[in-house]
Design a protein around this ligand. Structure first.
Ligand code: ZN
Length: 383
């Protein structure tokens, strides 16, 4: 081989490889694999690396070593030899979403953790996302889109999928979501491969339907297309039924409720307050009812359910709020703000004596409250 040939050989091999890879025969990614620098895939990774760096510096990532270790454990149990290639970020963002970038960045929104009932349900969502990674669906999808006007939207959406800069931007997501929604073929593949990972890891297959049942309920209540995950993963009865059929062959398996509930418990109130701030009441109402039914943290859940009705303030909401506050107080573990909120609602429907009593209870439970002077003023006004 001449000197020139020696120098050209790697370039020719590179060209050959990129020619092959653009011929739609994209293979599954291998454990530890990195794309060749000359490829569009490497460019895709680089942009995602930048998004990932922004995410790390955003202050939105939940810092809880126990929760982090727990999630990484689930991912490794599902991903096995790909474990080292995946980095998990729990991002403090309301709404149901999880996403997997082609460079191995997995993003889990706190709104997803609020909506799962147990570890197996969470594992189903993560396994589905891991399947997209292994099958290089992002790359395939990018190649379908790069020459169209949707090419830039792809990157905007990839950023939105992390939850960065998302609040206040939800109106555009319904429209943009379609860009990121994989073809039905990719979705079916991800469901099938995800289910195989679930089986291999020993999780309950039946829990997949629980997730989709819940999502269908939320979609029916909201009916606004404003959820990123719904836009990219249409929650259909067909999909749930297919998963149910796949799960039929899997009997038993790990559900993991106690660990899951225990590790998310200390964040639940903060994450629920995030959901309330979004004021997407149709969705929150479904979520609150779901949590109330599941019996998780009844004091906090009933209190925030009351807050939701108080803030929404539609016909009949005052009565609903009062019922929820009383349910919270009955647990004897309700936060003391429950009395203050109860007082405000009773005041608004002109039940002054009961409102006064509630405000007094609030001050009795929290004598050094920051808003003591204001609440005393309420009591005087009600005289
Ligand atoms: Zn998917």
């Amino acid at each position: 081989m001449s000197g020139l040939q020696r120098r050209l050989a790697p370039i020719l091999v590179g060209l050959l490889l990129s020619a092959c890879s653009s011929a739609s025969s994209i293979q599954d990614i291998q454990p530890g694999e990195r794309p060749d620098l000359e490829t569009d895939e490497a460019g895709l990774w680089m942009r995602m690396d930048r998004v990932e760096a922004d995410l790390r510096n955003s202050g939105q990532v939940v810092e809880d070593p126990a929760l982090q270790a727990y999630l990484e454990g689930i991912v490794c149990r599902l991903a096995l030899e790909y474990c080292q290639d995946v980095r998990v970020y729990v991002v403090r963002t309301p709404g149901f979403n999880a996403s997997m970038a082609p460079n191995g960045m997995m993003v889990v929104w706190t709104g997803l953790l609020l909506r799962c009932e147990n570890e197996a349900q969470l594992a189903h969502v993560l396994a589905h996302e891991l399947a997209h990674y292994v099958q290089r669906h992002s790359l395939k999808h990018w190649r379908d889109l790069r020459d169209t006007s949707s090419g830039m939207a792809f990157f905007q959406l990839a950023t939105a999928m992390t939850g960065l800069g998302l609040i206040g931007d939800l109106a555009t997501l319904g429209a943009l979501g379609g860009v990121m929604s994989y073809s039905r073929e990719y979705e079916r593949q991800a469901d099938r491969i995800g289910m195989a990972m679930i089986q291999r890891a020993g999780y309950s297959g039946a829990e997949a339907t629980g997730v989709w049942d819940y999502l269908i309920r939320e979609k029916e209540a909201a009916d606004d297309g404003g959820s990123l995950f719904f836009a990219t993963h249409p929650p259909t009865e067909e999909r749930r039924d297919t998963l149910a059929a796949l799960a039929q062959v899997l009997k038993g398996g790990r559900v993991g409720r106690a660990d899951f509930i225990g590790l998310t418990a200390r964040h639940r109130m903060d994450w629920l307050r995030d959901e309330l701030q979004r004021r997407d009441y149709a969705r929150i109402e479904v979520l609150m009812a779901h949590l109330a039914d599941s019996g998780v943290d009844p004091a906090g859940v009933h209190f925030l359910r009351g807050e939701m009705y108080r803030l929404r303030d539609e016909e009949g909401d005052a009565a609903r709020a009062i019922t929820a506050y009383h349910a919270a107080l009955k647990t004897r573990k309700a936060p003391s703000e429950t009395y203050r909120s109860l007082g405000l609602v009773l005041w608004s429907i002109e039940r002054p004596q009961e409102a006064q009593a509630a405000f007094r209870q609030y001050l009795r439970h929290r004598p050094r409250a920051d808003d003591r002077a204001m609440v005393e003023d309420y009591i005087n006004q009600l005289n």
